[in-house]
Design a protein around this ligand. Structure first.
Ligand SMILES: Nc1ncnc2c1ncn2[C@@H]1O[C@H](COP(=O)(O)OP(=O)(O)OP(=O)(O)O)[C@@H](O)[C@H]1O
Length: 294
């Protein structure tokens, strides 16, 4: 059986009146690349702060590799890049890496780390003189310096241009290919689709969907059938919602094949038929709305 490297058991976290996490349970097996998705305030950062021992749960418990994340022995297992990172501005990039590496008995060689994250050319630059994106890349790279078993990356590519984002993705993928576990939060759905093999959608402190990308999309059964007609369109079974712009109809359906068969059988004279699955963004929005209505 695969080892569970991070576990949240019935975890709640309150800040005064605000319930940031609401009885959330989550098991993360070794080697998984998990994307945490959710709108602002869903509780993603709070969950990470509990996993890395920066905050304590109000109720429930978290474990990292079977231990308490507050313990020094447990902390050696993971690396983290928080949403905001402060790097000592007068240190050179290479000195920052050495400083972080000094905390570990078997760190990644500096050159290898810099190479993996596209930072080699910046090694001698002071961090205070780096662009925001360059600082971000360094902050993410530092999470990997101690050869952790798992890393928590809170919005790792915020503020990065396309090239820098791809370089970072490669670094993350390499770590994952070598068996590392990754938990990342992102507002870039493209990033989650690109990297993650499992997606947990959070909303109001709860996990409202959990599965691979296909499952998360499937969870909302969101397919769209679109066509043009001047005929009246009857209410057909399986239509979840219908939007109309001029003569073009876009119908959200659970079973597109069945819907099109029924449409043909109804005698509606249509042209320009299109059927497509939902993007993760659409799935996410639908899940969020449905979660909010529960
Ligand atoms: N230190 C704090 N004091 C008071 N409320 C807090 C604190 N930290 C988080 N919260 C609240 O807890 C809820 C969850 O916040 P959290 O930062 O975990 O969300 P998030 O999903 O990471 O959002 P974002 O995508 O904006 O980073 C929010 O309502 C937030 O205002």
């Amino acid at each position: 059986m695969t080892e569970i490297v991070a576990r949240a058991v019935d975890v709640s976290r309150r800040f005064g009146e605000v319930t940031a996490l609401d009885s959330l349970s989550l098991d993360i097996p070794a080697g998984q690349l998990l994307g945490l998705l959710g709108p602002n305030g869903a509780g993603k950062t709070t969950l990470i702060s509990l996993f890395v021992g920066l905050r304590r749960p109000s109720a429930g418990r978290v474990e990292i590799c079977g231990g308490d994340p507050v313990d020094a022995a447990t902390r050696r297992h993971f690396g983290v890049t928080p949403q905001q990172t402060g790097l000592p501005p007068t240190l050179r990039v290479s000195e920052c890496v050495d400083l972080a590496a000094a905390h570990f008995s078997d760190p990644l060689p500096r050159g290898e780390l810099l190479e993996r994250f596209g930072l080699t050319d910046l090694a001698r630059r002071q961090t205070g003189g780096l662009s925001g994106g360059q600082q971000r890349r360094l902050a993410v790279a530092l999470a990997f310096v101690g050869r952790p078993r798992l890393v928590f990356l809170d919005e790792p590519t915020t503020g990065l241009d396309v090239d820098a984002r791809h370089t970072l993705w490669e670094g993350i993928r390499l770590f994952h290919r070598d068996g590392g576990t990754v938990v990342l939060t992102s507002h870039y759905l493209e990033e989650v689709e690109e990297l993650a093999e499992r997606v947990v959608v959070m909303f109001r402190g709860r996990a409202i969907a959990d599965g691979d990308l296909a499952e998360v999309r499937g969870a909302v059964n969101a397919n769209h059938v679109s066509f043009v007609t001047t005929d009246p369109v009857p209410d057909l079974p399986g239509a979840i919602s219908t939007a109309r712009t001029g003569d073009r109809y876009v119908v959200r359906v659970s079973d597109p094949n069945g819907y099109v068969r029924d449409l043909v059988a109804s005698g509606v004279d249509f042209t320009d038929l299109e059927v497509r699955g939902s993007s993760l963004e659409e799935a996410f929005l639908a899940l969020t709305t449905e979660g909010g209505n529960r």
